[in-house]
Design a protein around this ligand. Structure first.
Ligand SMILES: *Cc1c(COP(=O)(O)O)cnc(C)c1O
Length: 388
């Protein structure tokens, strides 16, 4: 009997090792892993380059307090600012810490310019920004907040894709609008570029900060470093996590100089955030993702994967409703509950994971090979063919 709390509905399967796109179970089976810790292992399992970077750091220094300068973190922050819109970076340990810190930065900014009442955060109803007490109320999901009252105030909500509902929810107390450019848990729902642009315009007009939660869709997952990049929109604050650590827990908030100015000494802190082990791995992940041709190759593989998935959809229109997403953040939406289908894929040694709206999330590592995509396609076809 397990002594772990029962807050997860775990599949009855455990792994003894992983290599690249594959996981090897304790009972001797080999699985194609297109979950990758939910878009976390961006460079696959046991990546030799990441192992080397981590091993090297373990022999130098594991942890020092943020009371001191941490050169590995200075380096990672500098690189993130050089490659993105951001001027300053704040390191955390997880996605939910990053989204909460993003909210803190937004509120603190208005406080620092003498507008402390401009403090409400506007989010998509039933979105996902993590599981801490404030983040669950940010998500506005009944299921996630049930039993965890009293309600944490300061959050308003609008319906995804409903511009009227968005405009109605904005007040002069709105400090920030926080959205995921592609909703991950929410079912791989993509915000079109023109909507992101419109959102930026509204924010400019009403002096509202734009927080784009790239915890799942960021760090190369869509073929660009950030999912919002194609829209040419410039956000004010961007929380990241999952992919940046390649499997090592890292969270971070990227921000402009304007909003960062309010984060004075003592305003925020984290014991583990930005520790040398995490920072060394983060730097190694960037070495790979920023390698010439890496993201272009991902885009090519993605295009092929989408093309082939669309063919399967055409062959099985009664099973597959839509293929959606971007890059290697892919959702296969079924016409019915997806649980049994996911189980069948697993029985055929392909691991995938659910999202809202009957969606099966397919999340290969960013360095996935074409023959691994072909294997996944073969399994998906087989399950469609045999599905009853
Ligand atoms: C996973 C996720 C989070 C929460 O990250 P944790 O590391 O689980 O705390 C927040 N926002 C989005 C968009 C996510 O996908």
């Amino acid at each position: 009997m397990s002594s772990l709390a029962k807050n997860y509905n775990r599949r009855k399967i455990a792994f003894k090792k992983g290599k690249g796109s594959f996981l090897y179970s304790t009972n001797g089976k080999k699985y194609l892993d297109f979950v990758q810790g939910i878009a976390v292992n961006s460079l696959g399992h046991s990546n030799p380059y990441l192992i080397k970077a981590l091993n090297k750091q373990t022999k130098k220094v594991w942890h020092v307090s943020n009371a001191f300068i941490i050169p590995e973190g200075e380096k990672l922050a500098k690189r993130l600012t050089q490659k993105t819109f951001a001027d300053y970076i704040l390191f955390q340990n997880s996605g939910t810490e990053a989204t909460e810190a993003a909210i803190k930065v937004a509120r603190r900014y208005f406080y620092s310019i003498g507008k402390p009442n401009k403090n409400r955060i506007l989010c998509v109803k039933n979105s996902f920004h993590g599981r801490t007490i404030a983040a669950i109320f940010a998500s506005g999901s009944k299921k996630m907040t049930e039993g965890f009252g009293p309600k944490v105030g300061g959050f308003d909500h609008f319906k995804f894709g409903d511009h009227q509902s968005l405009k109605k929810a904005i007040t002069n107390k709105t400090a920030a609008i926080m959205v995921e450019p592609i909703m991950g848990e929410g079912g791989i729902k993509v915000i079109p570029n023109w909507c992101l642009k419109e959102l930026r315009k509204i924010c400019n007009k009403k002096k509202i900060l734009l927080i784009l939660d790239e915890v799942q869709c960021g760090i190369g997952r869509t073929g660009n470093f950030f999912a919002f990049e194609n829209s040419k929109v410039k956000p004010d604050i961007v929380p990241i996590a999952k992919g940046i650590g390649g499997g090592f827990p890292i969270g971070a908030v990227l921000m402009t100089k304007k909003v960062a100015s309010s984060m004075i000494p003592g305003s925020h802190g984290s014991t583990f955030g930005g520790n040398p082990l995490a920072m060394s791995v983060g730097n190694a992940v960037l070495d790979q993702i920023f390698k010439k041709g890496f993201l272009n190759n991902l885009k090519k593989i993605s295009k092929y994967f989408f093309k082939e998935l669309d063919k399967i959809k055409k062959d099985y229109p009664n099973i597959i409703k839509e293929i959606r997403g971007k890059g290697l953040l892919i959702g296969i939406q079924l016409h019915f509950n997806q649980t049994k289908f996911i189980k069948s894929l697993e029985k055929n040694y392909l691991l995938t994971i659910r999202a809202a709206d009957y969606v099966i999330r397919v999340l290969p590592p960013l360095n996935v090979k074409k023959n691994e995509i072909d294997l996944a396609l073969k399994i998906i076809k087989k399950v469609c063919r045999e599905y009853k």
